[in-house]
Design a protein around this ligand. Structure first.
Ligand code: BG6
Length: 536
């Protein structure tokens, strides 16, 4: 493969239909952390798909910046394998054309003198295809490097403030900071060099089709939204389960972060905000983000003293995934042998506002759970009378071993909750479960469901989250990115939990076996006989 920045493929493969939104001017993406996992597994495959789909109507180039020694061809070759594994090997010939747009620049981006060389390289590359300075800096580095890179880009004149033409934008990956204080300090630091509208704080969950569909479903249909409140909803469960353990490249970072910072502060709280928010005044970025931030600010705080009890943490030990033995977290590469980092979190949140007061939001995320599945399930209240159900033991007494007493209503035999489940991944779709009469001479009910699946209902592939988000940032649309007050509100909820954990003895880790649904303590959160965790 011998492509250079001068034979950049300005046009997508023959026969590609022109999509409704496109980037029509030449641009450059500079990726810091170009040799990392995110670049190979997410960013480059997403750009490749966008280009193949005809979303780039003008020439572009991607400059990967990394410390390792390699040339353009070496860089392209490494990315090829990862991209074709994800996009399909039959895309090989297209890849070879696309790869002409990829160049590698070796530099230590923590050192001040690396930026003059980067500036020269960008100048050469951009002259070659007529880009007048439209640049996107993607920080796929360790979060600790973010402040330095942005400052050095600015000082060396590569990051002019403002979004006037030609634009310059910066994408920062989550988690944004390690806690509230560091997130605020990071913001303050970055905003010395760029304006808020140049800064795109990414949470890739917001780019997922089904996550966007939460808004479409709630506010684009007349029949469900009136039910989304404390009167009709019994509780909401949000599960982000991963079967994977720790990859060698991420072990060191993850061991300092843990699941609460890695996915709860961002992905899970964003899902909660979308399912609980009021209808926005419009779909404009600020209107949507303003409604989300209100939800986050209305979360009932967990006091530090209550955190060990109210927020359950777990760490996986050895176990079986898909029948295969896997090692425990403490034996993973780059993880401390006595690590007390959590790989599982479960908590019971409450949104203290007019719509949701008293409705539990059960959140759960973990690695090495039985399967990869992310789901938001809204479980509705049972009907007010037990017309079709018989009280247990005839007297309404509960026989599930909980302490709910004789008046417990949910223990009626035969009761099936109505659940609206948004399947974020895999098999993206929505299902509504309800009761129907079983065929036969008796009047007995059975659970049935109505299903909507993306694959069966719509033609064409479901875009990956990073495709949507990269396209949005190139077009300057911040709707699916986080505003700083959202980030701060999420940290304000998480901070006391971190403090409470720090001040108390960690549980005896490992406390769940790989391949199970997490530690038994999590069951208490969903306890009583009213609810239990779903097994999606
Ligand atoms: C990332 C987390 O944000 O999301 C990872 O840092 C996690 O730990 C990943 O594995 C999961 O993303 P997805 O899209 O596969 O659910």
């Amino acid at each position: 493969m011998t492509g250079t920045a001068n034979d950049i493929p300005a046009t997508p493969p023959n026969g590609t239909q022109v999509p409704p939104v496109r980037v029509s001017e030449p641009f450059t993406i500079v990726v810091f952390g170009a040799t990392g996992d995110l670049t190979a597994r997410k960013l480059i495959p997403a750009l490749f798909r966008l280009w193949r789909g005809g979303f780039f109507a003008a020439p572009f180039t991607v400059v990967g910046v990394g410390r390792r020694d390699k040339n353009d061809d070496g860089f392209r070759g490494e990315l090829r394998d990862a991209a074709l594994a994800l996009v399909g090997v039959d895309a090989g010939p297209d890849w070879d054309r696309f790869a002409g747009s990829l160049v590698y620049h070796r530099a230590d981006f923590t050192a001040a003198d690396g930026y003059a060389g980067l500036g020269r390289r960008l100048g050469e590359v951009e002259t070659g295809f007529g880009n007048l300075g439209r640049r996107l800096y993607y920080l796929a580095t360790d979060p600790d490097h973010v402040p330095t890179v942005v400052e050095r880009l600015s000082v060396s004149g590569l990051l002019p403030p403002g979004t006037e033409r030609p634009w310059t934008r910066v994408v920062v990956e989550k988690p944004f900071g390690r806690d509230l204080a560091s997130a605020l300090a990071l913001d303050q630091h970055l905003l010395r060099f760029v304006r808020e509208d140049q800064l795109f704080r990414i949470d890739h969950y917001l780019g997922k089709e089904t996550v966007q569909n939460l808004l479409a479903f709630r506010f684009g249909n007349g029949i469900f939204e009136p039910l989304f409140n404390r009167r009709y909803v019994d509780h909401v469960q949000i599960t982000m389960a991963e079967a994977d353990g720790m990859s060698a490249r991420r072990g060191a970072w993850y061991d300092r972060a843990g699941a609460l910072r890695d996915v709860v502060q961002n992905h899970l709280l964003q899902l909660l905000a979308l399912v609980a928010m009021e209808p926005p005044a419009s779909l404009a970025a600020d209107d949507v983000r303003t409604e989300k931030v209100k939800v986050l600010r209305n979360l009932v705080p967990v006091r530090a003293a209550d955190a060990p009890r109210r927020v359950v943490r777990g760490q996986y030990g050895p176990g079986l995934i898909g029948g295969e033995p896997v090692r425990g977290y403490r034996d993973e590469e780059a993880v401390a042998a006595d690590s007390v980092t959590e790989t599982f979190v479960a908590l019971r949140a409450e949104v203290d506002n007019w719509r949701w007061a008293g409705v539990p939001f059960l959140l759960r995320a973990g690695k090495r759970l039985p399967r990869r599945v992310t789901e938001v399930a809204v479980e509705f209240r049972r009907p007010p009378t037990g017309l079709f159900t018989a009280p247990v033991r005839g007297g309404g007494l509960c026989d599930r071993g909980c302490d709910c007493g004789a008046t417990c209503e949910c223990c009626h035999a035969g009761y099936q909750p109505n659940t609206l489940a948004f399947r974020i991944q895999p098999d993206e779709g929505i299902s509504l479960s309800f009761a129907a009469k079983r065929p036969g001479m008796r009047l007995a009910l059975g659970p049935v469901s109505m299903e909507f699946g993306y694959a069966a209902s719509f033609d064409g592939p479901v875009p990956e989250a990073y495709e949507r988000l990269l396209l949005d940032v190139l077009r300057g649309d911040p709707t699916l990115f986080l505003r700083s007050d959202e980030v701060a509100a999420a940290w304000a909820f998480v901070d006391p939990v971190l403090a409470g954990w720090r001040e108390s003895m960690p549980p005896a880790f490992p406390n769940y076996a790989a391949g199970t649904w997490g530690p038994a303590d999590a069951d208490q959160l969903a306890g009583g006989c009213r609810v239990g965790w779903r097994e999606p």
